[in-house]
Design a protein around this ligand. Sequence first.
Ligand SMILES: *[C@@H]1O[C@H](CO)[C@@H](O)[C@H](O)[C@H]1NC(C)=O
Ligand SMILES: *[C@@H]1O[C@H](CO)[C@@H](O)[C@H](O)[C@H]1NC(C)=O
Length: 121
Amino acid sequence: MATTASIIHALVLFNLLFKGFCQCGLQDITIGTERTSALVEGKQEWNVSFINTCKCPQQALVVSCDGFQTVEKVSPDVFAPVGNNCTVNGGRPIPPFATVQFLYAWDPPFIFVPLSSQVNC
Ligand SMILES: *[C@@H]1O[C@H](CO)[C@@H](O)[C@H](O)[C@H]1NC(C)=O
Ligand SMILES: *[C@@H]1O[C@H](CO)[C@@H](O)[C@H](O)[C@H]1NC(C)=O
């Protein structure tokens, strides 16, 4: 009896923990923009990182990028405009704690805000 109760207890605890790990989403996407030392066609170059700080992969990441322009070619596999928003990593999963990074050149820099993603736990 006691053993069964402990097992159920352990299962409930495990379930809670597991759910806890999966309570992530857009707040677990960190976006950083760093100035590089380069100019492209007279425009400042910027290094943008999207970091998935969730323990699970996140895919189909869409960020706001209204008015995004660049004189440096950006691979659509990494960052591509879709209407007023942009898809990151071609919508493919970003592994836990992985960074997707790209370079663009424009002045002033753009501010990207995560709009939606799918967490795969
Ligand atoms: C861009 O930033 C990433 C992450 O900080 C870094 O690993 C990479 O070397 C940088 N690339 C350039 C060209 O600055
Ligand atoms: C862009 O994001 C806005 C706000 O979430 C949304 O209303 C709109 O449908 C999105 N557009 C595209 C093309 O994904």
